[in-house]
Design a protein around this ligand. Structure first.
Ligand code: GLU
Length: 445
């Protein structure tokens, strides 16, 4: 394969889909040399097939707001690749949502899900609906209207959506209620469900917990320990909460969180009370982090700045794609940061990743680091299919094992001759090989 040629062709076919093209480019660069040793892959046109979604559904979502006005949004489901299992991946409700973003997320999800060792294909969906400032009733009516269309194309063995930005336990509840009414069955069609109606213990914490287990392995391999280290986290949603909680439990100090409005610096590290408050802050639906500093005077809010201005050992992007750019990377490096683990999907720009890797910083890509979330979703599917529920310890032990296996796969495929582990290459190659092998065995479909 010639990466540039494939990218040119893809750009001509999908002009302007910059996030999708960025995600594809990164994977192609990683897998180029392994792929070129496999003429059978080339003959079967695996690359040309793997970069295109199996299918995409788009639909109109009409609903009525609290003032009685009719609102219209767009809904999507991208069923990216079903080679290794039912399509699986979250729903994102955010005004920025478009096809480029959902295709990039679906593409990443396919490899991430392959890394979890569980049988799940890749998918993603969502809407340009903005939950900020919406009442509970409006959120419910939107979710119901969204599911009225989506329910036709999903199913416990077909496609299993879950949460992502703007979709948490509350939204999954409203979506599930409507699905159940339309399909007349109570099944594991969504994950991230409430604990009283088929949800899995540890699912809300899983993305953040899994990320910290992965970081522990990265550090152990480099002969380091997380205790006493300064950790900067971006975002203040579900993922940032789980990561802050586990980092604190492991003895690290979470010294920064951030939101679209600015950064909160916490010089002495987050307390348990602060971590609990994150849940309240998110539930307020205001999408600003400044109230945190008003509630805890020992912290300091700086408007318009990112978490990366705060001096730290470990940086954990946990908010949005491309939230950490080249300038941010240089600032982190100048301040002595030596480990970066993306908990957001594609949280760092290619320029930032290159800056970290050039300086031999420990760098973990999102599709490995944040795979714990979808992994526990996979465990929720297993529990639903078997009509059982596992204890917290059972789920946490499995999550630990999965993150260790993902780390091992990254080390296996990503260790360079000089000993540096290129986790980006490792994750991309390991994920790709699994999906490509499944596609080869299932013929040209
Ligand atoms: N949205 C999460 C992710 O990016 C979770 C998906 C899921 O649980 O299906 O992996």
């Amino acid at each position: 394969m010639n990466v540039q040629q494939i990218m040119n062709a893809l750009e001509a076919k999908h002009p302007g889909e910059k996030e999708y093209l960025q995600a594809v480019h990164e994977v192609l660069e990683s897998v180029e040399s392994v792929y070129n040793q496999r003429p059978d892959f080339e003959k079967a046109k695996i690359i040309e097939r793997i970069v295109e979604p199996d299918r995409i559904f788009t639909f109109r979502v009409s609903w009525v707001d609290d003032k009685g006005n009719v609102q219209v949004n767009i809904g999507y489901r991208v069923q990216f690749n079903g080679a290794i299992g039912p399509y699986k991946g979250g729903l994102r409700f955010h005004p920025s949502v478009n096809l480029s973003i959902l295709k990039f997320l679906g593409f990443e999800q396919m490899f991430k899900n392959a890394l979890t060792t569980l049988p799940m294909g890749g998918g993603k969906g969502g809407s340009d609906f903005d939950p900020t400032g919406k009442s509970d009733g409006e959120i419910m009516r939107f979710c119901q209207a969204f599911m009225w269309e989506l329910w036709r194309v999903i199913g416990a063995d077909t496609d299993v959506p879950a949460g992502d930005i703007g979709v948490g336990g509350r939204e999954i509840g409203y979506l599930y209620g409507m699905y159940k009414k339309l399909a007349r069955e109570h099944t594991g069609v969504l994950t991230g469900k409430g604990i009283t109606w088929g949800g899995s213990l540890i699912r809300p914490e899983a993305t953040g917990f899994g990320a910290l287990y992965f970081v522990e392995h990265m550090l152990a391999k480099a002969g380091k320990d997380i205790k006493g280290k300064r950790v900067a986290v971006s975002g203040f949603g579900n993922v940032a909460w789980g990561a802050s909680l586990k980092a604190t439990q492991l003895g690290a100090k979470v010294v920064a969180i951030s939101g679209p409005d600015g950064v909160v610096e916490i010089p002495n590290g987050m307390t348990n009370e602060m971590i609990d408050y994150l849940i309240e802050l998110r539930a307020s639906n205001r999408n600003i982090v400044s109230p945190f500093a008003e509630k805890f005077p020992e912290s300091k809010f700086t408007a318009g700045k990112k978490a990366w201005i705060v001096k730290c050992d470990i940086a954990l992007p946990s908010a949005f794609q491309n939230e950490l750019n080249g300038d941010d990377a240089r600032e982190l490096l100048a301040n002595g940061c030596w480990c970066v683990a993306e908990i957001s999907n594609m949280g760092c720009t290619p320029e930032a990743i290159k800056a970290f890797q050039d300086k031999k910083v420990l760098f973990g890509p999102g599709k490995a680091v944040n795979a714990g979330g979808v992994a526990v979703s996979g465990l929720e599917m297993t529990q639903n299919a078997a009509h059982i529920s596992w204890t917290t310890e059972e789920v946490d032990t499995k999550l630990h094992q999965i993150m260790e296996d993902i780390h091992e796969a990254c080390v296996k495929y990503g260790t360079q001759p000089n000993g540096y582990v290129n986790y980006v290459n490792g994750a991309n190659i390991a994920g790709f090989m699994k999906v490509a092998t499944a596609m080869m065995e299932q013929g040209v479909i």
